[in-house]
Design a protein around this ligand. Structure first.
Ligand code: ZN
Length: 129
């Protein structure tokens, strides 16, 4: 098991971490198994979606903001209730199969760290047992 840092640069963004995950698996000589990714934050998440067209991640962020607007009508006093709700909607873990040293992602799939209350320094835990 190991973790790696993710530096985000805006309040809300999807950041592609696919190459970092592949690098860690390669460095550890992982051939077969299941890669589990876990985000230990309450205002961030992880998801797998299209990495070919960068507009897809922007559409996801924009639509989530439309569905869960910032600011009004929440009890949570910190002012980031929308961030917590988006984190729960997207989810804090992902699992991908590994076969013959390769993540079995589809042609258009990438792994995205989802920031909902940045910019911050974040962490992803990773296991391949
Ligand atoms: Zn909060």
């Amino acid at each position: 098991m190991e973790s790696f840092a993710v530096e985000t640069s805006s309040r809300e963004e999807l950041k592609d971490v696919t190459s970092k995950v592949k690098e860690i698996l390669k460095d550890n000589g992982v051939e077969n198994g299941v890669c589990t990714l876990y985000v230990p934050h309450t205002t961030a998440a992880i998801t797998i979606n299209e990495s070919a067209d960068p507009d897809v991640k922007k559409d996801i962020v924009d639509k989530l903001s439309e569905l869960v607007p910032r600011g009004k009508g929440y009890r949570h006093r910190e002012g980031n209730a929308d961030s917590h709700i988006k984190s729960t909607l997207v989810g804090n873990s992902a699992r991908i199969l590994i076969q013959n040293g390769k993540l079995q992602l589809g042609t258009w799939q990438g792994i995205f760290f989802a920031e909902f209350d940045g910019p911050r320094s974040r962490k992803i835990w990773m296991d391949w047992g």
